[in-house]
Design a protein around this ligand. Structure first.
Ligand code: ADP
Length: 159
């Protein structure tokens, strides 16, 4: 049973994230989607709301667990029995930060690998931040996020 962990803010989950999830499931037996609490970064959705939105957006959940976590990712990954961290790479702009984190995590936990999945072309420009910006301004983002998130954004932002 090979377990991987897919950490992120997921504030909120987008079709880009779900695409990474679907592809990671082809590589691993079990995937833990780990929603990071970040006390410095107040999200639009509370961590537990983000967890719920992911749970409602995944179709076959038999190989997936969705949890919120805080603290050091490598410790959390070890507690879950994960052998790999999955991250998505959209563009060169993601690369520097992701590379830095991967090297840091490798230093902290040499047995844990980071696996990067290149974004599907259609999702290259898709991020939670852009979704929130456009939704706030009343733009239609329904093709880029799961239905549960469309509804939740409407409730959160009004309109
Ligand atoms: P973080 O704040 O940790 O970057 P995000 O929720 O923004 O968390 O993203 C989590 C992971 O998913 C990151 O590795 C990010 O690069 C990846 N990701 C986000 N959006 C996409 C997308 N559209 N296509 C592929 N990967 C993505």
């Amino acid at each position: 049973m090979i377990t991987a962990i897919y950490p992120g803010s997921f504030d909120p989950v987008t079709n880009g994230h779900l695409d990474v999830v679907g592809r990671a499931l082809k590589l691993f037996d079990r995937l833990i989607i780990a929603v990071a609490h970040n006390s410095e970064k107040q999200g639009l959705f509370a961590p537990q709301e983000r967890v719920e939105l992911i749970r409602r957006s995944i179709e076959d959940s038999s190989k997936i667990e969705v949890v919120a976590f805080d603290g050091l990712l490598v410790d959390f990954a070890a507690n879950c029995g994960a052998v790999a961290i999955v991250r998505g790479l959209r563009a060169v702009t993601d690369f520097e930060y992701e590379f830095q984190m991967a090297l840091m995590n490798k230093t902290l936990s040499p047995g844990l690998e980071t696996v990067f999945l290149a974004s599907r072309e259609a999702y290259t420009y898709l991020s939670s931040r852009v979704i929130k910006e456009v939704a706030r301004l009343g733009g239609d983002v329904s093709k880029m996020i799961p239905p549960a998130v469309v509804q939740a954004l409407r409730e959160k932002l009004g309109g």
